[in-house]
Structures are given as C-alpha cells and as structure tokens.
Design a protein around this ligand. Structure first.
Ligand code: GLP
Length: 247
C-alpha cells in the first residue's frame, strides 16, 4: 500500500494530528510501544503532546518509549545528546515514568552489545506499535544515512557531512561534532506496525519528493517506507512543494 500523504495548510495542525494519533492508539492499547525521534521538526509535536497529556491526563504508565538514535561518545548530561533532548522537551515535562523510557547509550563501552540489547528490548516490548520519524535533508531516517541497507538493524554508523552540518552548523561540524552514532536500523523501523513521518520546511522538499516519487532505493533511506503497508506522511506546504501528485 502506498504511503498516505496529508498536506496541512497550517503547520500547527500537524502537531494536533500527530498527538491525536498517539491518543487514539494509547486508548486502544495502554501498553503501546512508541518510537520517538529528535530534531527541530518534532519540538511543536512534543509541546502539543505535553499540553494534551496534562489537559486530558493521558495515561503513559504502561507505555514503552524508545528513542531512535544517539551520538557515540555523548553522555545523557550533554546538551547535544538525544537523550538530553528527549528528556528536556518531553519526558521531564510530561513526567513519564523513567522505567518506561529506553535510550540507545552513546557512551556505552561495548557498542555491539548495546545495539543487540536494544533490539532485544524492542522485541520484548512486542515490537514498536507506533513509530514516529523525521527525515534528514539527505533522506535519512533515524541515523540511517544514504547507502544503509533496507534490512539493517540497530548498529553503529558514520555520519555524513550533510547530516553533521544540518545538526551542528557547517563550521562546527567540520571540527568538533560527533562523527559516529548509534541508530535503529531500517529493518527495525520497517517492523513497526504503524509509521508516521513528519516533514516541514522548504529544506525538506527535495528529500520528501525522492522518498515518495523515486523508486525505492538505498540512495534515499526514507524511500524504504514505500514498502510498508501502514505509513502516513504529514507535510506542511513547503515540504510538499516539489511533489507532483498532491493528495
Ligand atoms: C536527525 C535525527 C533524525 C531526525 C532528522 C531531522 O539527524 N537523527 O531522527 O529525524 O535528523 O531533524 P530535524 O527535524 O532537526 O530536521
């Protein structure tokens, strides 16, 4: 089945829609396993989630939450780490119990074991029910950079210059930013029952077009989603600007 594409006139509607999806899945299954990304795109979604969580007293006591990736060498106390980002923007504000949170540890001494154990944790949770994704300007999902096999699992990866420049700025990324990361694999992502990808802004338009309108290829990791049968893509008009077929 082709991904369902929803283009929003007002970007704030994206957050409302995304949070409604979480609420509705949570109502069906209180022990839902959710995968959550980092990035500027999802900050408004997390703000809305915290608002609705407090307003409606959503019950996350049984929910299992998995982050998708992390820089190697960064500890959770470091501001650039994804664990820090998720704690700051969502978990601490939402008072979600710590036992329900799972993070890939970029400071792990044994990286291979860390990745294997993360896959095990996801399996033990019964797989991811609802996977949220952003997309990188080069089409990456989580930290699966172009060239990542569609059956890849949780592993160590080398970050591209483009990704480092987007996340840290051009100058900083040349010298100081982390060069490697841990990420769940594309294979891991494709095993999720339901996937929602969010993209906003002109800078994402090219990657969005390639994800949806080019034949699926490892050149654009997000194009792997064409092979999944429950994918919804939430776009603002800017991110959808280059699409031929708007639906
Ligand atoms: C980061 C993360 C991805 C995220 C993407 C987009 O590198 N690894 O999980 O979806 O890049 O980030 P942003 O929303 O800041 O553009």
């Amino acid at each position: 089945m082709k991904p369902k594409i929803i283009i929003f006139e007002d970007p704030s509607e994206i957050s409302k829609y995304a949070v409604e999806q979480i609420e509705s899945e949570l109502n069906k299954k209180p022990n839902l396993a959710i995968g959550l990304p980092t990035g500027k795109t999802v900050i408004p979604v997390y703000n809305e989630l915290v608002r609705v969580y407090k307003d409606k007293k959503l019950n996350f006591s049984k929910t299992k939450i998995f982050d998708l990736d992390e820089y190697i060498g960064l500890s959770p106390e470091q501001k650039d780490s994804f664990e820090y980002f998720l704690n700051k923007n969502l978990f601490k504000r939402g008072k979600i119990p710590e036992k329900n949170l799972h993070f890939l540890k970029g400071s792990a001494i044994n990286i291979t074991r860390e990745c294997e154990e993360y896959e095990e944790k996801i399996k033990k949770a019964g797989g991811i029910d609802l996977m949220f994704l952003g997309i990188g300007v080069n089409g990456h999902i989580a930290f699966n950079e172009p060239g990542s096999p569609f059956d890849s699992r949780t592993r160590e990866v080398i970050l591209t210059y483009q990704t480092k420049a987007s996340n840290f700025g051009k100058i900083f990324s040349l010298f100081k930013s982390p060069k490697r990361a841990l990420t769940i694999g594309i294979g891991t992502i494709l095993e999720s029952k339901k996937i929602i990808l969010i993209a906003t802004g002109n800078h994402k338009a090219k990657a969005v077009k390639e994800m949806l309108e080019s034949p699926a290829s490892t050149k654009c990791p997000a194009s792997a989603l064409q092979n999944h049968d429950d994918v919804t893509i939430l776009l603002d008009k800017k991110a959808a600007a280059l699409l031929k077929k708007k639906s």
